[in-house]
Write a new protein. Structure first.
Length: 202
């Protein structure tokens, strides 16, 4: 059972997976040790990544500047709206409602704001790296430098929790965390995320 501050996440079944490649050759391999995510690969080089758990569009990944937790949530809602055609006001309301139950900053500089939303057909995700870390009321008191947002259909139960668990495992991996922190830009961030999630597709 995965237990993270602000999240009650079931651990997914599975064993360790082969390390994904970032770029070509052995020197570009990034070791990861978390359990595998079920994969339905349907993305091209620059197309959306769709797994059995959630969809992640390249346009939903990037680096942002924000000076407060509220500013992060507002930018996250706006990004979800622009990329996935959602209502930004409703997205923000649902994310804020979830935050009132307890901060989704689960520690080590990472937050996973999440909510359920009517009208969605499947879970969708967005990822932000912050230019400067921001206080997020995390359990360990550390400011947040990375935000992985997730929205699921309102009726989603186990599917929402499994997606959260997969994201949590990925963001807790120290090598992956360091690689995301050092990535030069949005394309590199997306490539890292896609390579890790896509590692069992070959």
């Amino acid at each position: 059972m995965v237990r993270s501050a602000g999240l009650n996440l079931p651990d997914a079944q599975g064993k360790g997976a082969q390390n994904p490649k970032v770029g070509g050759g052995q020197a570009g391999r990034v070791p990861v040790s978390f359990a595998p995510v079920r994969i339905l690969p349907v993305h091209g080089d620059n197309g959306p990544l769709m797994t059995a758990l959630f969809q992640l569009q390249p346009e939903a990944v990037g680096t942002i500047q924000a000076d407060s937790k509220q500013a992060i949530l507002e930018q996250l809602a706006a990004r979800f709206a622009s990329v996935y055609g959602l209502d930004a006001t409703l997205v923000l309301e649902r994310i804020e409602e979830r935050e009132k139950l307890g901060s989704t900053g689960f520690g080590r500089g990472v937050a996973i704001p999440h909510a359920r939303l009517p009208g969605l057909n499947r879970p969708v995700a967005a990822f932000f790296r912050l230019e400067s870390a921001v206080a997020f009321d995390a359990a360990d008191g550390m400011p947040v430098g990375m935000v992985f947002g997730l929205l699921s259909p309102e009726s989603a139960g186990a599917a929402h929790l499994h997606a959260l668990a997969a994201i949590s495992r990925m963001m807790r991996d120290e090598t992956m965390h360091a690689a995301l922190a050092d990535a030069p830009g949005a394309e590199a961030l997306y490539a890292l995320l896609a390579n890790v999630i896509d590692r069992d597709a070959a």
